[in-house]
Write a protein that binds this ligand. Structure first.
Ligand SMILES: C[S@@+](CC[C@H](N)C(=O)[O-])C[C@H]1O[C@@H](n2cnc3c(N)ncnc32)[C@H](O)[C@@H]1O
Length: 235
């Protein structure tokens, strides 16, 4: 099905931000992150009673991507409290299509039960887990969300393992590319952004969809990747 809204989120008339405006965004991002996200165990964002470690602006982008792409399967690495999986599943409920498979090495109590959600316990880079996912996805269309261990080496390994599951036009989302000074948590060390840079330097199949960054603040700068097997640039 084509998108009901077509190219609605391309705004070609917006001028680039001035350096002063960029600084406002950077400062707001830093403030937001320090007050809300960095205290992950006392998180103040929930979806139907389940904690979610995301920014609402990104959740809105997820909703748009799900409606546009209508994936058969959403694979999420990093379940934590399950609130993000529940959010994805409830959007899929509204679309009337799709399921969520979410993977974590730990099982938190009170994870949400939902008919569209399957939980896998194990490491996202474990060969057995990856084989299980490949079999579950088969030839279906997958959206992949990488939100587990944020060290660059781990994220890069996930990108190599999971990117083949994503078909042309579909999305590989790398979460928390904002750490290691992009612009928050400068002492993090090489993280998701560095993994994305390495992956893209070696792969022409994915492009950064900057339309997903149009709310100015995202926890995933350069992290919304769209498979573009034809090598064309996004318009
Ligand atoms: C940032 S949290 C996930 C947040 C969740 N997706 C959300 O938006 O609410 C990261 C999770 O990754 C899990 N994790 C860490 N290393 C992992 C690995 N190798 N494989 C799978 N999950 C892992 C942690 O146990 C933790 O629950």
């Amino acid at each position: 099905m084509s998108s009901p809204l077509g190219n609605y989120f391309v705004d070609r008339d917006q001028p680039p931000l001035s350096s002063e405006e960029e600084e406002v965004v950077r400062q707001f991002h830093d403030l937001y992150y320090r007050r809300w996200i960095a205290k992950a165990d006392t998180i103040n964002l929930s979806w139907f009673g389940h904690h979610v470690l995301k920014c609402p602006l990104d959740l809105w982008i997820y909703q748009e991507l799900l409606v546009r792409a209508r994936p058969d399967v959403v694979i999420e690495t990093g379940t934590k409290f399950g609130g993000s999986a529940l959010y994805l599943a409830m959007i899929l409920d509204q679309i009337g299509h799709g399921r969520v498979i979410t993977i974590d090495i730990e099982v938190q109590p009170d994870r949400p039960a939902h008919p569209r959600i399957s939980y896998i316990t194990g490491s996202s880079i474990d060969a057995g887990v990856i084989a299980q996912l490949r079999q579950a996805v088969g030839r279906q269309r997958a959206m992949v969300v990488l939100d587990s261990d944020h060290c660059a080496a781990h994220v890069y390994e996930e990108m190599i393992a999971y990117s083949p599951l994503v078909q042309a036009g579909d999305y590989l989302i790398v979460e928390d590319t904002n750490v290691n000074g992009h612009p928050v948590w400068p002492d993090f060390g090489p993280g998701p952004m560095e993994a994305v840079d390495k992956f893209l330097s070696e792969n022409d199949d994915f492009v950064i969809d900057q339309r997903c960054e149009r709310f100015l603040m995202t926890l995933n700068p350069r992290g919304y990747l769209r498979r573009n097997e034809l090598g064309t640039t996004l318009g």
